[in-house]
Ligand binder design. Structure first.
Ligand code: NAD
Ligand code: UDP
Length: 313
């Protein structure tokens, strides 16, 4: 198949490009290189089945493809809050453009949605039937509400125009090729520990997250895309939950760092808890994560160690 991956030069997108090329597909990576980088896909550039198009999805584009993974959107709070209006435009106008393309060429389209559609959840763990608790006017809203509208657009193009859609609600994902300075907890703590700098826990560190290794997530996305008669939304994440303070201690142990933990103010609207209920993914996709947090973190730490020493991975 010929497969379009928007945001293909980003962290998750680059792993998806790699995996789909390995499966023998033609891959078009479309990216404006805002948070993504050519470094993430440089190793794919010589492959004649791979193509990079520098393009912003808020502008329409004409392509002939069989499947579309719409991954384009800055994902870390620091990046999506840098230009919040642009973040909303990417999720709204960008998704409309990709849905228009899917409709025209009759391609199946998968939307990268997020656990952020649940906001600061009042039910735990989060199931797909939960409608969420999202602040519509806060500093995370450009991302959360943008993704909620993207889901709405997907469902309406499906109901109104028969577009073949898939919606994945992705929970915190980590692994090699996360951007060093993107401000997310895994990259921040790992880089701080490797440099011997203070580990910056926001708040008292009692808030929780559940971290999924990128290869598991990519497997889930591909299964969802290729399962018939199931639009989702479906949660994709690792249900093993950890507090952020525990996570900081784990990174210190695994890196053997002498870094100290310090406590900084908690950003506004930071969700208190987050854990996916993945029963639906198990039932419909036969999917569950395979990589435990310890092994995934060792691979991520190795990547950052090499990256920081100036070698490319
Ligand atoms: P990332 O920032 O590494 O990748 C996003 C990519 O999209 C980058 O390459 C960026 O340059 C590109 N991009 C951004 N705006 C664009 C635009 N207007 N036009 C074209 N390209 C654009 O983030 P990621 O972690 O790889 O996330 C990928 C997708 O998965 C995002 O849609 C994100 O919302 C979703 N997601 C990620 C996580 C996670 O934990 N990583 C969790 C939930 C959802
Ligand atoms: N966090 C932290 N220190 C950091 C970066 C993040 O304590 O240096 C916290 C953040 O406040 C949040 C959690 O870690 O509670 C996960 O943050 P991240 O930005 O990775 O993802 P999200 O909040 O979008 O789940």
């Amino acid at each position: 198949m010929r497969i379009l991956i928007t945001g293909g030069a980003g962290f998750i997108g680059s792993h998806l490009c790699e995996r789909l090329l390995c499966e023998g597909h033609d891959v078009i990576c479309l990216d404006n290189l805002f948070t993504g980088s050519k470094d993430n896909i440089i190793h794919l550039m010589d492959n004649h089945r791979f193509e990079l198009i520098r393009h912003d999805i808020i502008e329409p584009i004409l392509l002939e493809v069989d499947q579309i993974y719409n991954m384009a959107c800055p994902a870390s709070p620091v990046h999506y809050q840098y230009n919040p209006v642009k973040t909303t435009k990417t999720s709204v106008m960008g998704t409309i453009n990709m849905l228009g393309l899917a409709k025209r060429v009759k391609a199946r389209i998968l939307q990268a949605s997020t656990s952020e559609v649940y906001g600061d959840p009042e039910i735990h763990p989060q199931t797909e039937s939960y409608w969420g608790n999202v602040n519509p006017i806060g500093i995370r809203s450009c991302y959360d509400e943008g993704k909620r509208v993207a889901e709405t657009l997907m469902m309406d193009y499906h109901r109104q125009n028969g577009v073949d859609i898939r919606i994945a609600r992705i929970f915190n994902t980590y692994g090699p090729r996360m951007a060093e300075h993107d401000g997310r907890v895994v990259s921040n703590f790992t880089v701080q520990a490797l440099k011997g700098e203070d580990i910056t826990v926001y708040g008292d560190g009692s808030q929780t997250r559940s971290f999924c290794f990128v290869s598991d997530l990519v497997e889930g996305l591909i299964r969802l895309m290729n399962t018939d008669d199931f639009t989702g939304p479906v949660n994709l994440g690792n249900p093993v939950e950890t507090s952020i303070l525990e996570f900081a201690r784990r990174i210190i142990d695994l890196t053997g760092s002498s870094s100290q933990i310090i406590f900084n103010p908690l950003p506004a609207d930071d969700p208190r808890q987050r854990q996916p209920d993945i029963s639906l993914a198990g039932e419909r996709l036969g999917w569950e994560p395979k990589v435990d947090l310890g092994s995934g973190l060792i691979r991520t730490i190795d990547y950052f160690r090499e990256h920081l020493s100036g070698k490319s991975c």
